[in-house]
Write a protein that binds this ligand. Structure first.
Ligand code: ATR
Length: 280
């Protein structure tokens, strides 16, 4: 038997707040790292409705928690409940990580953009033109990341054009375009990102013709269930490099874990396989 992960009364405690929280992969992810690095700490799921979010957030310092991750619908609701919010979370308009400071204050940050970029950066060969599908919370983090990466042109297409326009207004390199234009928008692109929920198990398929996309362009999907979405499968078939969405989830947890537990963890193939084994 391998030695169990020992947790003492001095353990640092963090968690994930969501409603529902039952499908989250974050406890498996953070507890894998805690065991790997032999850290006296634990990470738990916390099922909290929007109605109770404020009282739970306020209680974090008095309960001695190191911090929490937030999933939908709490990422935006938490903004007025914090003492400070960093520039990234302010620009994205959402907080996915709350850190309790040594003074007992609540600090908000957003690691989704970091996670998106860390996942694709090793595969990115050019940063002239990106095409992003979708204009929800995830799309905003993606556009923020692409602007940081120096993309000269970011074309944002969404079924509801006004939501794409609202995001594009915050980023000089971004411009919104009509959803009907999505096939043609792919010309000369270096990167295509699906940031909609289309193609996810149980959702509608993503209806797009990628013939105009250069075969050198990188294709990535924020959807990771299924791991190889139909978009990624089609891209691979015509020779495009692809990156699946699971890596974004793994990488976005890195800065949060480091802030709470004082160790920068590694995203490895073994970790990926461990998380995948829980998805099956
Ligand atoms: P969020 O990311 O904020 O949770 P969501 O409701 O899950 O948002 O939707 C994510 C994205 O998928 C949105 O850009 C949404 O388009 P709208 O803004 O027009 O709602 C997009 N989406 C969902 N279903 C779609 C469909 N059938 N066709 C086109 N886009 C769709």
């Amino acid at each position: 038997m391998t030695s169990p992960h020992r947790i003492t009364g001095k353990a640092r405690v963090a968690g994930v707040i969501g409603w529902p929280v039952t499908h989250t992969l974050s406890p498996a992810l953070h507890n894998y790292w805690l065991a790997q690095y032999g850290i006296d700490g634990t990470y738990i799921p916390l099922s909290v409705t929007a109605d109770h979010l404020a009282e739970v957030i306020r209680a974090l310092p008095v309960m001695g928690l190191a911090g929490v991750s937030l999933t939908l619908p709490h990422k935006e609701l938490v903004l007025p409940m914090l003492n400070s919010i960093d520039a990234t979370a302010t620009a994205i308009g959402a907080v996915n990580t709350v850190i309790v400071t040594p003074e007992g204050k609540l600090h908000g940050t957003n690691t989704d953009a970091y996670g998106f970029l860390a996942n694709i950066r090793p595969h990115l060969t050019a940063t002239n033109k990106a095409v992003v599908l979708g204009a929800g919370g995830a799309a905003k983090a993606v556009v923020y990341a692409l602007a940081q990466a120096g993309f000269a042109e970011i074309v944002l297409l969404n079924r509801s054009l006004n939501k794409a326009q609202a995001i594009a207004a915050s980023f000089p390199a971004a411009k919104a375009a009509n959803w009907d234009y999505r096939d043609d928008a792919l010309q000369n692109a270096d990167l295509l990102v699906n940031a909609t929920s289309l193609g996810m198990t149980g959702k509608d398929p993503l209806d797009i013709d990628i013939e105009a996309l250069p075969t050198a362009a990188l294709v990535t999907d924020i959807v990771y269930a299924p791991l190889t979405t139909e978009l990624l499968a089609r891209a691979q078939k015509r020779g495009n490099p692809t990156v699946d969405g699971l890596g974004m989830l793994l990488h976005q947890a890195v800065p949060s874990f480091e802030a709470w537990f004082g160790q920068k963890p590694e995203v490895t193939e073994a970790l990926r396989n461990y998380i995948l084994s829980g998805l099956a």
